[in-house]
Write a protein that binds this ligand. Sequence first.
Ligand code: ADP
Length: 303
Amino acid sequence: MGLPLIMTENLNKEFNGTQALEGFSIEVNPGIFGLVGPNGAGKTTLLRILLGLLKADSGTAEVFGLDVSEKSIEIRRRIGILHENPSFPKHMTALGFLIHIKRLFKNPQAPKDLLVAVGLDQEGNRKIGALSAGMHQRLGIAQALLGNPELVFLDEPTSNLDVTGRSEILQLVMELNHERGTSFFISSHILSELERACHDVAFIKDGRVIEKGKMLDIVRKRTAHSYRIVTSDPRALLNAVRNMRGVHDCVLSGTNTITVEIQQGNREKVESDVKAVAKGLNIEIYAVNQASTLEDAYREVMQ
Ligand code: ADP
């Protein structure tokens, strides 16, 4: 593999006694990368440092192998950005807007082609103010692609969208990565989306990287001993199972489910014990499945 797109080493940033980033090191390779963490974790601070808008107190950060504090103009020429709450001039048409900002770039892509690429070719002559939330985000992505970037930053790209809108935007990101080879750095708190779209992921909390790596490896590694049990009475089962031998942890994970983390090697024994306990309490068990989603991994890591 060639040079990473982004590399940070031991980044530190403090704001009046709050350590926003602490010894923060990540590598982002070509593909779709997801950064996930709770509010206040340091995502925006990292993004601002990478975009050259904020200076770290110490440590290094490079994008395309270029130092962000020295080469931010060159870096910005090669990236695209869609901020969390983008605002576009409502009175302009979608096409008119892209034509208007195209002059900021040396070798811009043709706005009409971009509207086709993001699925807005029928909307080009409509006023931006009349577009739906999903169309706004598509326009935002078109705008981010205008300068033909190698890497696009998407900050919470789907937080204002409904389920269908979210799914469509993610589909678009995956298509753009597949067809054009554009890489994406997505900051999001919607785990199911990141799981679908990202090749690599990093979990961050209190300014530190808690886990990072290939999505599939993290999910497999972190959920190897977790099982989701679908039951008629999750609360009663939770209380009964919580202190059972071989059970490491047990949480209510849905209206009808509990997630049980077992100690290594006890799977059959724990499953049969849980079933026996349920029978004694007259509780139905509908299914026992390996818990293997990014959300399960996240819960496990963040605990
Ligand atoms: P996130 O984007 O993950 O929600 P942020 O990077 O915005 O997290 O914030 C990380 C921490 O740094 C938080 O505790 C936040 O309050 C603090 N912080 C961020 N920016 C500033 C600032 N300009 N002044 C003071 N504190 C800040």
